[in-house]
Ligand binder design. Sequence first.
Ligand code: HEC
Length: 176
Amino acid sequence: MRFAIRGAFPALVPLAGLCLIGLAFAAAVPAPARGQKPAEDDALKRTRAQVKMLDDLFKVAVVDITNRYDGPPAAKVAKTIFTAAKEKHYFDARLLDATGSPQNEANVPVDDFEKSAAKAMIAGKTYFEQVVQTKDGGRRLRVATVVPAVVQKCAKCHGVKQGDLLGFLSYDVQVQ
Ligand code: HEC
């Protein structure tokens, strides 16, 4: 019996070593990546790229409409597009205020994400995001991107200086 234990011991040493290497490796991997399928991270990257594309295009459209036309502000066109996007379940988006004195009271930040995003923009950030776990086990990516008074027309109508912060675009997109 004593002999058997002694005989088995040397064989256990490399095994314990392997376990230790395994533990050290697991500790080196950042916590959020552990236990997460790489495919999911790819999905998050794809969703971020999708939001970036939408954001770039919306900003081009809003500035172009503002430069071309006087009258109905580009914000109204953006709202029409966002309503259509919501109805078709593409994504949710809102154009929100970060000045404390919006043109339309309906554009004030309401939920926790929007309020935190407004604080981040006021603190000088240009981008703010949050990944939200949904009850059905899915994920949503919430993103806020800064909206300054990029051209003189924006500044004049909103009563601020050109370049000043006006608000942000807030996106809520399903990660898939
Ligand atoms: C002719 C006046 C006018 C111009 C020019 C204008 N806006 Fe506005 N803006 C408005 C009005 C009115 C609203 C409210 C629209 C609504 O909610 O129906 C608004 C809403 C906004 C909001 C949402 C917060 C709020 O104040 O209600 C942001 C942010 C914004 N505009 C940014 C811009 C930017 C950036 C530009 C220039 C590219 C611009 N605006 C040009 C009148 C204007």
